[in-house]
Design a protein around this ligand. Structure first.
Ligand SMILES: Nc1ncnc2c1ncn2[C@@H]1O[C@H](COP(=O)(O)OP(=O)(O)OP(=O)(O)O)[C@@H](O)[C@H]1O
Length: 677
């Protein structure tokens, strides 16, 4: 469809500059992108009902003959009424349009049509306003319904699409090689485009859909594979593996088998001439940080620098503390750069960095700002990559000569999907928790038990533990939801002798850091917080987490929250407080009580909510798909994966498949990856 993407939509008959602006809002700027603007659903006009059976309050299809078109009536307020009298032989009905002469003009007296709309009015005088209609007996009796923007109706889009198909269908070249179509029984692009928009039958629409889904997933996988190839350039930092003995000897614990295996995989990558691109996937609390630290150690032993980017300041600060404690005794200089590093301190830090005096720079996305220059950046680690995505990952990578990249994620995703979502990465999995960890006991209770939960907290604190209380809101908003500030006061009243802290996202970074540090150093017994503590916070002595209004959190958030405890060999507990009666909420809380396996919970979440939230492209920085769904269409993914490999083996840069290559470029331009060379 290459050329059609350069044909401006405004020059399509019936569109013009004003409508073109509306189309822009839908992301449609060319004839090519219009043809890829697929319907959301279809109205099947096969199913007509007799008028007497048509409901008054929901739309349906009724067949009828136009008896008489009444003269145009001018109404008050400048409105115009176009009214047509029809019959379906047992009863008459009226069809009306306000201010829209076009459909009125299309109806012909004496002809039969199928009308689709809401048949209101009275029992004796049924009336349908602005219905969709087609001549009875027309082969296209399935009408597309498009996602709309204000000012553009589904019918208008359908009309523009029909014009585009009439004018350009013959010019459509198929991006899929013919052997792929034959082998996988896929229809030609021309048939697909025509039948996704104007299906001759529901079966034809199905064939079209399948083919377009196949093409889109293939293009996605090709793009990911090309990105991966790009990272397979030569790096300036082919490292010599260091002796890890001093590193492991300095640790306060033994590495788990999984940690050793993952460190091994990373060190092997670091020796290769191509830069590493690796995802380190591990459930909450599995000990990812120390694995990353081993990579940093290896780089530093080779005289090269590392960077670690965290999604929040709290996490950046925490990583800084952990890594500094771990690495500084080994002679490695660690520094922290966040949005709150300012003035002279920042200037000095940046100068040291550029002079190669800093071995590891930890920070937030401040690391990718322009004035940050490394002298020899060999390893880039990003934490919780779903908050960054493909684009930012690339930006940090550009600060060195193809440095090695390690991405840490706690999001449990089935391997087959991880391969797609992180298609540009190799994967290491930490599938073992540190020794001595016990199952976190989880209870779901109602608000009536709040005082008992606080009494239980007191018991844990007395035994040397620490407690989180998580609330969905910061301050009392007048709703019945528990807010953090009120909860802090209540708990302080119930436990006057305990030190109760408050942490929320609206506090200044310095204040947040101070509270977090106080909690870590056990100057606070109990921390009431909003979800700022959701990701990654590590306070090993914390062994109880109480979540208020637990129904307000999704399963993955609850799992992340619970992961804040159970990070030592202390028995840990999670109390989920909720009065919600809803089925889904109850099922979620039940699942939390049943298992603490992140993968099992993720699968259950998918069943409950559908894939939308979990695999939303916004989270992963993947391009937005137009027709395919990564979860529902995962069977197709297996096929496109095979084709992707076959195509690239024969033609690594897709030079012989320029149409496919152009499709890849277009899909990935959304995530800032134009030059997929
Ligand atoms: N092999 C080990 N033995 C004992 N404790 C360990 C081991 N590895 C890591 N830990 C400790 O376990 C805790 C969790 O480690 P870490 O913070 O790296 O987890 P994580 O994988 O980043 O988890 P999350 O995704 O929840 O942040 C830390 O307190 C860390 O010191």
């Amino acid at each position: 469809m290459k050329d059609l993407f350069s044909v401006d939509i405004q020059f399509l008959k019936g569109v013009g500059p004003k409508r073109a602006q509306l189309y822009q809002k839908l992301g449609v700027d060319s004839v090519g992108s219009l043809l890829q603007y697929y319907p959301r659903s279809y109205i099947d006009l096969h199913d007509t009902v007799p008028l007497s059976a048509a409901p008054f309050d929901s739309p349906c299809a009724v067949q009828g003959r136009v008896v008489r078109k009444l003269p145009v009536a001018r109404l008050s307020g400048g409105r115009t009424l176009y009214k047509v009298l029809c019959t379906n032989y047992e009863q008459d009905f009226a069809v009306t349009f306000f201010n829209t002469p076009y459909p009125y003009g299309q109806l012909v007296e004496g002809e039969d049509y199928i009308f689709y709309g809401k048949f209101g009015g009275t029992f004796t005088g049924r009336q349908v306003g602005s219905p969709l209609f087609i001549p009875a007996g027309q082969p296209h009796d399935v009408l597309p319904v498009y996602p709309l923007t204000k000012g553009l109706t589904s019918k208008e889009i359908s009309r523009s699409v029909a014009v585009a198909i009439d004018a350009f269908l013959a010019q459509l070249a198929d991006p899929l090689p013919s052997w792929v179509r034959t082998q996988y029984d896929l229809c030609h692009i021309g048939f697909a485009v025509q039948n996704i928009h104007l299906p001759q039958s529901p079966q034809a629409a199905q064939l079209a859909r399948r083919r377009l889904i196949f093409e889109e997933l293939l293009v996605l996988q090709l793009g990911m594979a090309l990105l991966k190839q790009r990272t397979r350039r030569r790096t300036d930092y082919r490292l010599i593996p260091p002796d890890l003995a001093p590193f492991t000897a300095a640790l306060p614990y033994q590495l788990t088998g999984a940690q050793r295996r993952c460190i091994g995989e990373i060190l092997t990558d670091l020796q290769r001439p191509q830069p590493m691109s690796r995802l380190l996937q591990g459930d909450v609390g599995s000990g990812k940080t120390v694995v990353a630290a081993a990579g940093v150690y290896a780089a530093a032993q080779n005289g090269a620098q590392s960077a670690l980017m965290a999604p929040t300041e709290i996490l950046a600060e925490q990583h800084y503390q952990t890594l500094n404690t771990l690495l500084q005794p080994l002679g490695i200089t660690v520094a922290l750069l966040t949005g709150s590093t300012k003035g002279a301190a920042k200037k000095a830090l940046l100068a040291d960095l550029a002079a190669g005096k800093i071995d590891l720079l930890v920070g937030t996305h401040a690391l990718i700002s322009q004035n940050v220059t490394f002298s020899k950046l060999a390893l880039v680690v990003t934490d919780e990559q779903h908050r960054f995505g493909v684009k930012q990952r690339g930006a940090l990578g550009e600060k060195g000569q193809y440095p090695h990249m390690l991405v840490m994620s706690a999001t449990p995703i089935p391997r087959t999907l991880a391969l797609i979502i992180y298609g540009d990465l190799d994967i290491s999995v930490l599938d073992e928790k540190p020794a001595g960890r016990r199952e976190i006991e989880t209870f779901a209770v109602d608000f009536g038990k709040f005082r008992r939960a606080v009494a239980f907290a007191e018991k844990q604190i007395r035994a040397g533990g620490q407690v989180y209380v998580v609330c969905p809101l910061i301050e009392d908003s007048g709703s019945e939801l528990k807010d953090a500030a009120t909860a802090q006061q209540q708990i302080q009243q119930l436990l006057p002798h305990r030190r109760v802290g408050l942490l929320h996202g609206r506090m200044r970074p310095k204040e947040k850091e101070a509270v977090m540090a106080a909690f870590k150093q056990k100057q606070l017994d109990l921390l009431v917080s909003t979800t700022v503590i959701e990701v990654g916070v590590d306070v090993p002595d914390a062994n109880l987490i109480i979540v208020q209004n637990a129904e307000r959190f999704g399963l993955s958030a609850l799992h992340q929250l619970r992961g804040r405890v159970g990070r030592s060999d202390r028995q840990s507990y999670c109390i989920l407080i909720s009065d919600a009666q809803g089925e889904t909420a109850k099922k979620r809380l039940d699942a939390m009580c049943r298992t603490s396996d992140g993968f099992a919970l993720a699968n259950f979440d998918l069943e409950l909510r559908g894939p939308g939230d979990f695999f939303g492209s916004a989270q992963h920085g993947l391009p937005k798909l137009k027709i395919a769904d990564l979860l529902q269409d995962r069977m197709v993914l297996a096929q496109t994966g095979t084709v992707c490999r076959q195509l690239l083996d024969a033609d690594p840069q897709l030079r012989q498949n320029p149409l496919l290559r152009a499709e890849v470029g277009r899909l990935f331009s959304q995530v800032g990856q134009q030059g997929l060379n």
